[in-house]
Ligand binder design. Structure first.
Ligand code: TNX
Length: 505
């Protein structure tokens, strides 16, 4: 059954029916059931409306009640059912499902002429993909802990369950490593455009991980290797090679009016592909092992991302040698390696390594075969087609923020695609999708908001809503997206008011 567009839900649930009218939000409403979900609901309702609901296990026939509970029989993993009638009940299949049911309930809470109320509805829901991700590049622009927490809260509200933190790149190193103290001390102080840098202490990182877990979000940390490593050389020059400057890098750097990289000095430009650690030097592997081991110790999630993109100055043989050792090392440490799709060129990449595809929606043969190699080696794939869901691409040619190398990505383009049609691999090999925000052009949190919103909503729906759902149409999405405006505004999100959408006021 098609979801009525009068239920403005994103991502669209599997099934939903709208009931008659609205149930008023009253201060006397009692919330009972699961403590964590109750607290999350009460805080969110207060932030949105100013009304603070109370928890109670007492039954009071006169009061509206919101019952929150877990029942494994309610739905598939991470799923839930929800009913708003004269009272409200949300039943999660597990704690995550209950959390997502609460997020849906919060989208039904709207301000009308009669004040705040819950749209009456019945919903049954569960996700399509187990991996629903957002990536934040904290290297080109550094986001302090509180901002990362905000990104997590907002992503979780759209039912994302992974935040990939791109922790290291040419422009800065962002995580404290005890065995190599100069990384935090010297390699973290800058970012792109000469803006301020920063790094996360281990306690900062633990705080982020803990906050994410409370929102059912897993942190996926990335140490980008063997390229994108210029910053390492600011701290430890003898760990890296001389920059390799190709013609395209020199041309682009000139066009941007930026400086070329110089080994041992901070790099603040945007050029890529010039840096590498020393592949045939054993000290490199001591370094990589120390970094990955310390990171694994503070990362409860299963994944460690080792990068692998754009090692343009490295021979194919050296690249494969490095990737095979680094992925094996991650496994020895007890984690599942993740790598950008180029790493699929390494014949003996560790079995089970997850590939992250960032080629085009219609992949080149080379990219498709690199991606397929992860699957041949027993791994899955995370899809981030750059011409479709890169959150750092411009919406249109005149848009002031963002890059354009992968194309101009309007909201419709980020919405209309099918993950299982891209590559010649079994559907089960697709773990899910991830929208990356690279931050070369991002200088403030509001800049990030502008690029992320509204396209992140398209990524959320593509990741969550089952293929073939009748509401997975541009017309339906466009209507429901327009209705998100008041909620996003109330949450302080500086979204881009894309002209494709009729934003409700
Ligand atoms: C390519 S996509 C990169 C990043 C840049 C991005 C800018 C990928 C794996 N690498 O280093 O930030 O383009 O759009």
């Amino acid at each position: 059954m098609a979801l009525p567009d009068s239920l403005p839900l994103i991502p669209s649930p599997i099934s939903a029916t709208a009931g008659e009218g609205r149930l008023a939000l009253t201060p006397g409403t009692l919330v009972h059931g699961c403590e964590a979900a109750s607290a999350a609901l009460i805080d969110a309702v207060e932030r949105r409306t100013g009304t603070r609901l109370t928890t109670s296990d007492a039954t009071d026939d006169a009061a509206t009640t919101i019952a929150l509970r877990v029942d494994p029989a309610a739905a598939a993993a991470e799923g839930y059912t929800l009913r708003v009638a004269e009272s409200i009940e949300v039943v999660g299949a597990d704690a995550a499902g209950l959390f997502y049911g609460v997020q849906t309930l919060l989208q039904l809470l709207r301000e009308g002429e009669d004040g705040w109320g819950w749209q009456r509805a019945e919903v049954a829901d569960a996700p399509r993909f187990a991996y629903r991700g957002v990536m934040l590049d904290v290297t080109r622009h550094f986001f302090p802990v509180d901002e990362v927490k905000t990104v997590i809260d907002r992503a979780a509200a759209l039912k994302f369950n992974h935040l990939h933190l791109h922790l290291t790149d040419d422009q800065g190193w962002r995580i404290e490593i005890d065995a190599w103290p100069l990384l935090a001390e010297k390699a973290s102080t800058t970012s792109a455009n000469g803006d301020a840098g920063g790094f996360y202490t281990k306690d900062d990182y633990r705080e982020i991980v803990g906050h994410a877990a409370s929102r059912h979000v897993t942190i996926v940390p990335e140490i980008d290797l063997p390229g994108h490593t210029h910053a390492i050389g600011v701290a430890y020059p003898d760990l890296v090679e001389e920059p390799v400057l190709n013609d395209e890098l020199v041309r682009a750097t000139e066009a941007w009016g930026q400086q070329l990289p110089v080994r041992g000095e901070p790099f603040t430009g945007w050029g890529v592909g010039h840096s590498s650690v020393r592949i045939r030097d054993e000290r490199t592997y001591d370094f990589v092992r120390d970094v990955l081991t310390e990171l694994a110790e503070i990362t409860p999630g299963p994944y460690l991302h080792i990068g692998g993109d754009e090692s343009l100055g490295t021979s194919a043989e050296d690249f494969a040698y490095f990737v095979e050792r680094a992925t094996a090392m991650v496994q020895q440490i007890g984690k599942t390696p993740v790598a950008w799709h180029e790493a699929g060129a390494a014949a003996e990449i560790a079995t089970g390594t997850v590939g992250q595809f960032w080629g085009a929606l219609k992949p080149s043969e080379l990219h498709a075969s690199e991606a397929a190699h992860f699957v041949a080696r027993g791994g899955g794939l995370i899809l981030s087609p750059s011409d479709t869901i890169y959150l750092d691409m411009k919406y249109d040619a005149d848009y002031p923020l963002g890059l354009a190398w992968a194309g101009l990505i309007d909201v419709r383009r980020s919405y209309e695609w099918e993950p299982t049609d891209m590559l010649d691999v079994p559907d089960e090999a697709i773990l899910g999708i991830e929208g990356p925000l690279w931050t070369e052009t991002v200088r403030t949190f509001e800049d990030a908001d502008q690029l992320i919103y509204p396209r992140i909503a398209a990524v959320a729906e593509r990741a969550w809503t089952p293929a073939g759902s009748p509401q997975l149409t541009w017309d339906s999405f466009r209507t429901r997206l327009g209705a998100m405006a008041p909620l996003w505004q109330a949450d302080g999100i500086h979204f881009h008011r894309a002209a494709e959408i009729d934003w409700s006021s």
